[in-house]
Every structure is written in structure tokens, then in C-alpha cells.
Design a protein. Structure first.
Ligand code: GLU
Length: 507
């Protein structure tokens, strides 16, 4: 494979806040595409818009990607041959490229101040043109190096007057490029404005920096969100203007809200009760946006869920490890239409991954969360009994804490429905039978229990809930025979006796 055809892709977030789920998906698809093609996955921080810079955002992005297990092999703090990977540290690089475009008459200096442009915009509005643009027509009446005499331009530059550098958009030209997901895209330049490439603060805009860096970093495929599709024709024109070969483009579909049309926004999560961010984010004002990590999701579940928001394997398979995804992924199977986020399905993925972990591993995770220390063997058994009913590690404890400690309360509903006048007597009889069992296994308890039902002529629904109530305080749960055997004969006796006393008082 020649150097040129080696796949090199980049994830290029702007550190303007935490990384939204949609951003993680872009990073993931870049990662998968790179690994699948034995290429390189790069992260580049696009921080040329200093006004929107948010403290801590870059660290957040790196930390979130690490948690997801999709670390790049080139980037800030990682290294690589094409660094630095933070655009503000490459600032000196961009201006010569902007000047080169001016020299080649593909760009020009514009000296109009923001106030002057505001006036023009307002005038246009009153004349019924709300979307005024600096373009091939309007530029002829504005203050730029195409309209001002050459010596005045020189004088202004020598004076240090503020200017921006704008793209000289050609008139009435069709820009055509093939998007790997959308097919051929054609846009006429009459619909495009003379975008600013270089700002008066000495910084390039996103467009210029992005193209220069993608070229210098030898990026072969640009995989990014659909919101950048409108910028792609300008980018294609910039590649042409520089005489560079453009990378291939793939614009990913939007992530849509679960409850209607429209893009999934950071506010939707709080409104609908699910995280929109991979990990917790606390704003400078102290506002918390919750993250999947802190909510107890496994990164594998989060990534699996995200992978299917926009891509499908073409088979009914839903569970994919990261390695499986690397094997299966292709841009051809990414859809054009938006992908609806489904919070319930996300929980389903989490439950599947929880179930697939060994009891030992779950016990280890559980013990890290518990303040009180329990024997490892006991925790393993608790996980075995509870994992089918849990979604998160926390559920194993909250739903199954009676396996570790006697119940403090008794489920009101079950008590009201099931605990009758004669329940105490019935349970005392059962206790006698129970305590007479020699080998206290779930099987033996079950056999004795069934015999007891026959002898009494009672149905399971009349007796089992009482037994459960006394031992666990709950109305539902895993097998009672397993539970009794697990807590042991002595503990079962204590709980039955204590429960009867407490429930009789209540009755
Ligand atoms: N900096 C842009 C962003 O924040 C990157 C867009 C691109 O990948 O070209 O998403």
C-alpha cells in the first residue's frame, strides 16, 4: 500500500463544551473505520474560535474517549509525526496559506468593520432581504482589496488596519463531490458566500485551519456529522484553490430526539431523564449534566448502543464487542436518514452486558461500591442470584440487599394483600418443617415446600409470598428456595421469627 492510500482519519472536536453523544459516535465511526482498514485514528483539537473556548473541555473529551476505549494513536498528549495536534499551537502555520490564496486571486482582504457590515445587513433587511451575504455580488460595493485601489490596500495593511481574509467565491459554478454516504452532492456557488478564512484576531477560521490541517496531516477520509455538509462545497473549492487532492467525505446522519422530530440536544437528556453525555460534566456555574459512566453504564454497552445509531450490520445481530464492530463496520452501511435515540434500548444493552459478565467480575465491581465489606464468596453468590434481574451493578445491591442483611421493612402492598389472620400459624408450621431439613439445599427446601402445600391443600400463591415476605421483606424476587438455602437455616429461622412478630403487631 502506498503512503497516500494508507487510511488516516481524524476526529476534530472543538473544545466548546463536553462531548455530546453524537460527537462520541463520530469519534467511534472514525475509530472503527481506521481499525478496519489498518489505518490511523487521529484526534485534533480545533480551538481557533477563542470566544467559544471552554476550560476543561479538551480534558473532558480525552477522558471520555479513554473511557469508551476508542483512543486515537496520534493527538495531543499522545504524540505523532504530524503534531502539534491543537490548532492554537499551529497558529503560525495558517497565515501563509491565506496569503497564498490572495496571491493566486482566490481570496482577498476585506476591511469592512463589524459595525459597517451590521448597517449593510440592517439596510438589506428593511429592503426585504433578511439573509444578506457577503458574496460575489455584494462584495463589489464593499471595502475590500477587490474594490479599493491597490495603494490604499497597501497603506491600510502597512497601517495595521484590521482586516479579514475572505474566499473569493467563483460565480455560477457547480461544485460536485461524492459523499460516501449520500452519493453525489452538487451545489452552485451562487448559493455560497465569501466565507471568512482568516480573522482579524490573527486566527484562521475553522474552514481554513481544517483544510490546511487535513492536508498537512495526510487525512484520507473526513468522517463527520451532517451539520458540516453545507461547509463541504467550500472545503472542496479550497482544496482546488490550493491544488491539493481532497480527502473522501462521509457525512454521518443526525442523532434524533426519542420523542419527536429534531436533533437530540443537550437539554433533551435532562428533560426526558437520560444522559446525553458519556461522562458527567459540571459547568462553570456548577450545573451538572449527567453522564453514562456515572449512571453506571458499562462503556461496552454505551458503545454498542451508539454503533447502531446510524449504522446497521445487515443482519439481526445486536450485540457487538468493539472488536466485532471493527470487523463488521463499513461506511456503506451507514444510513442517510437520522437515527432516533432510544433510552430504553440503551438500558437493554446495559442489562445484556451485565448478564454476560462472570459472577466473579460482578462481585468485584459490587464490592467496590459497597461501604460495608462482605465476604467475596457471598458477593459472588448474590451476583449469581440477582444478575438476571438487574440492569446496573447498583441494582444488584438495592434489589438484593436482603441477601446480605435481614429486611428492615416489609412491602406494604404484599402485607396488605397476603398477610391474614392465620398467616403466623401457617408460617410457624412451615418453619418447623424447614428447620427439620438436614441438607439445606434449594432442591430439598423445594421438595419439602411442595409437600407442605399438598398437605395443607393450599396453592403456591397463598404460601410462597408469605415466606418471601418474612425472609426478604419483598413481594417479588428470585427463587425463594435459593434464597433460603443461601442465607442458611439459622438466618432463615431468625428472619421468620422476627418477621412473624413484627407483622403480627402490625396486623
Ligand atoms: N471542529 C469541527 C467540530 O467541532 C470539526 C468538523 C470536521 O470534522 O470537519 O465538529
Amino acid at each position: 500500500m502506498s503512503e497516500k492510500s494508507m487510511v488516516r482519519v481524524r476526529f476534530a472536536p472543538s473544545p466548546t463544551g463536553p462531548l455530546h453523544m453524537g460527537g462520541v459516535r463520530t469519534a467511534l465511526y472514525n475509530y472503527l473505520f481506521a481499525k478496519k482498514n489498518k489505518g490511523t485514528f487521529i484526534i485534533r483539537i480545533e480551538d481557533t474560535d477563542q470566544n467559544r473556548f471552554v476550560e476543561g473541555a479538551q480534558e473532558y473529551i480525552m477522558d471520555a474517549m479513554k473511557w469508551c476505549g476508542i483512543m486515537p494513536t496520534e493527538g495531543p498528549g499522545i504524540g505523532g509525526e504530524y503534531g502539534p495536534y491543537i490548532q492554537s499551537e499551529r497558529q503560525h502555520l495558517y497565515k501563509p496559506y491565506a496569503l497564498r490564496l490572495i496571491k493566486d486571486e482566490k481570496a482577498y482582504y476585506a476591511f469592512d468593520t463589524p459595525d459597517e457590515l451590521e448597517i449593510v445587513r440592517e439596510q438589506a433587511k428593511t429592503m426585504g432581504m433578511p439573509n444578506w451575504q457577503y458574496n460575489g455580488i455584494t462584495r463589489t460595493n464593499l471595502k475590500n482589496s477587490l474594490t479599493l485601489p491597490h495603494d490604499e490596500v497597501e497603506k491600510r495593511l502597512a497601517n495595521g488596519d484590521a482586516y479579514v481574509i475572505r474566499m473569493k467565491m467563483p460565480r455560477n459554478t457547480d461544485v460536485r463531490f461524492e459523499d460516501k454516504i449520500r452519493g453525489w452532492v452538487t451545489v452552485n456557488t451562487n448559493n455560497l458566500d465569501d466565507k471568512v478564512l482568516f480573522k482579524s484576531d490573527g486566527m484562521p477560521t475553522y474552514h481554513l485551519a481544517n483544510i490546511v490541517d487535513d492536508h498537512l496531516m495526510k487525512i484520507t477520509h473526513v468522517i463527520r456529522g451532517e451539520e458540516w455538509l453545507p461547509s463541504a462545497p467550500l472545503h472542496v473549492l479550497l482544496y482546488q484553490a490550493f491544488g491539493w487532492e481532497a480527502p473522501e467525505f462521509a457525512h454521518l446522519p443526525l442523532l434524533l430526539r426519542p420523542d419527536g422530530p429534531g436533533k437530540l440536544s443537550k437539554r433533551d437528556g435532562d428533560r426526558l431523564g437520560f444522559p446525553v453525555f458519556p461522562t458527567n460534566w459540571i459547568t462553570a456555574e456548577g450545573e451538572l449534566y449527567s453522564g453514562y459512566r456515572e449512571k453506571g453504564y458499562f462503556p461496552e454497552a454505551f458503545i454498542n448502543m451508539l454503533s447502531l445509531l446510524g449504522w446497521n450490520p445487515g443482519t439481526p445481530q445486536e450485540i457487538f464487542s468493539l472488536d466485532d464492530l471493527v470487523q463488521e463496520f463499513s461506511l456503506e452501511r451507514v444510513s442517510k436518514s437520522g437515527a432516533k435515540f432510544d433510552a430504553e434500548k440503551t438500558k437493554w444493552f446495559q442489562a445484556q452486558y451485565l448478564r454476560s459478565k462472570s459472577n466473579e467480575e460482578l462481585a468485584e465491581l459490587l464490592s467496590q461500591k459497597l461501604i460495608k465489606k462482605y465476604d467475596k464468596i457471598i458477593l459472588i453468590k448474590v451476583c449469581e442470584l440477582m444478575k438476571e434481574r438487574a440492569t446496573f451493578i447498583d441494582d444488584i445491591y438495592t434489589e438484593g440487599k436482603y441477601l446480605l442483611d435481614k429486611p428492615e421493612t416489609y412491602d406494604e402492598n404484599t402485607v396488605a394483600k397476603k398477610w391474614k389472620e392465620d398467616s403466623a400459624e401457617l408460617m410457624n408450621e412451615w418453619k418447623t418443617i424447614l428447620l427439620a431439613i438436614n441438607e439445606f439445599t434449594a432442591e430439598n427446601i423445594e421438595i419439602k415446600f411442595k409437600e407442605f402445600l399438598t398437605e395443607k391443600g393450599l396453592g403456591i400463591g397463598a404460601v410462597l409470598p408469605l415466606f418471601r415476605l418474612l425472609l426478604t421483606g419483598q413481594g417479588i424476587g428470585p427463587s425463594m428456595f435459593e434464597i433460603a438455602s443461601f442465607i442458611g437455616k439459622e438466618e432463615s429461622r431468625n428472619r421468620i421469627e422476627e418477621g412473624i412478630t413484627k407483622l403480627q403487631i402490625k396486623h
